[in-house]
Design a protein around this ligand. Structure first.
Ligand SMILES: Cc1ncc(COP(=O)(O)O)c(C=O)c1O
Length: 398
């Protein structure tokens, strides 16, 4: 068994002592440093009161954005933290110019996170149409079909960098190159990439890149980051906006509104400051561990899951090719939903996605033994029939 240097971080994550936590694609484990940061938040509020705004709170969305930026290869000042992807996407879509009626097409896929599509549909002017590229196998998207869909009529390509069900890594470079060749812009959703696979938005020259802090960055709910390529930012005219995006908010001038020229151009109103504190310990740890080391380990552990699933005869709904697979493996034993419920009852924390199966998502703090244990537990649950007790109803949150 290889010596696993990254296991030294386990002590930083309290939940790892209480269960087998294999769900970092949904909610990364909380670093113990969050206790201190939230205490610091409370102390700042308690002692400085309203003066906290001037002492750092006002700029915190970009201060934290700057801390996240190196993890996606973004320059300082190009990343702003928002509350969630749904609002950040809505702001971004509201800011794009759709006035060229010859470019009336937006390319998406049927494997995108649905909320991305809900917000897109809600914000698109009526002359725009959505072209949906469909997966043939529920795991990947056909690259030729995807690239062919991006043509001279395309205004925007909005896709997940890594698919949330299968962890398939899309060919981002080819997508951006094709889109730019035909004059379209690209938004990638990196919720399932940043923190677990290397990402370089500058090298990609992608126009917009969004991702969340709560999964692979262990930053908790309430934080997503939105990168806008610096030369594209001045072209954005958000319709969803607010006084935090104003150059002189304290002029309280009802008649005039001048958008800021930096990342705050896409801000709106008063942010949830507490989560901006909570995000930071996870981001700092991921930077110290290093995404290259995380990726090496992740590839080894996801390969192990696939090997054990193959041996047991379970379906595998994630790519087998290492260069196409991010941090999660979705396995489909018989009775996958019921098995997933019994795994939870036995303190193996995983999730289940309809149309895919049980998602197993190890992070740098998980051991190979934990992977062997969860796979052995699936076999035991099928053998002893204990999955049957969960056959009656489905819970709302899976
Ligand atoms: C790919 C992807 N995008 C977005 C989200 C969440 O969106 P929001 O931040 O709006 O809650 C998730 C959550 O699981 C996701 O997997």
């Amino acid at each position: 068994m290889p010596h696993d240097d990254l296991l030294r971080w386990r002590g930083e994550f309290p939940i790892l002592a209480t269960c087998t936590y294999l769900i970092s694609n949904s909610l990364g484990a909380m670093p113990r440093g969050v206790y201190d940061r939230l205490y610091e938040y409370a102390e700042t509020w308690a002692t400085l009161g309203v003066r906290a705004w001037a002492s750092g709170w006002w700029d915190l969305k970009s201060t934290v954005g700057d801390k996240i930026a190196p993890l996606l290869g973004a320059p300082r000042g190009s990343v702003l933290v928002h509350e969630n992807a749904s609002i950040a996407n809505s702001i971004l879509f509201s800011a794009l110019d759709f006035s060229d009626t010859r470019r009336n097409k937006v390319v998406i896929s049927d494997q995108d996170f649905p909320s991305d599509v809900y917000t897109l549909r809600a914000m698109l002017p009526s002359h725009m149409s959505i072209h949906t590229v469909r997966s043939r196998d529920g795991i990947t998207l056909d690259t030729d079909e995807l690239l062919a869909a991006i043509d001279e009529r395309t205004r925007l390509v909005s896709l997940s960098h890594v698919l949330f069900r299968s962890a398939y890594i899309l060919p981002a470079q080819a997508i951006v190159e094709k889109a730019h060749r035909v004059g379209a812009q690209v938004l990638l959703n990196g919720y399932h990439s940043v923190g677990v696979i290397p990402v370089n938005v500058t090298g990609l020259a992608v126009d917009f890149y969004i991702g969340g802090t709560l999964k692979w960055l262990c930053g908790g709910p309430g934080g997503v980051f939105l990168y806008v390529r610096p030369d594209v930012l001045p072209t954005l005219q958000p319709k969803i906006t607010g006084w935090f995006a104003h150059q002189t908010p304290f002029a309280f001038d009802v008649e005039h509104f001048a958008l800021r020229e930096d990342a705050y151009r896409l801000a709106n109103g008063t942010p949830g400051i507490a989560s901006l504190y909570a995000i930071q310990p996870g981001v700092e740890i991921i930077k110290q561990v290093g995404v290259e080391a995380i990726r090496d380990k992740s590839l080894r552990q996801t390969a192990l899951i696939i090997e054990l699933a193959d041996r047991a005869g379970y379906g595998v709904f994630s790519p087998r090719a290492a260069d196409q697979r991010a941090g999660t493996v979705t396995v489909h034993p018989d009775h996958a939903y019921e098995v997933s419920r019994e795994l939870l009852a036995r303190n193996f924390v995983i999730d289940y996605r309809e149309g895919a199966g049980i998602r197993i998502a190890p992070h740098f703090y998980n051991s190979d033994d934990e992977i062997r244990q969860v796979m052995a537990a699936i076999a035991a649950i099928l053998d002893d029939g204990s999955w049957q007790q969960h056959a009656k109803g489905r819970s709302f949150v899976t």
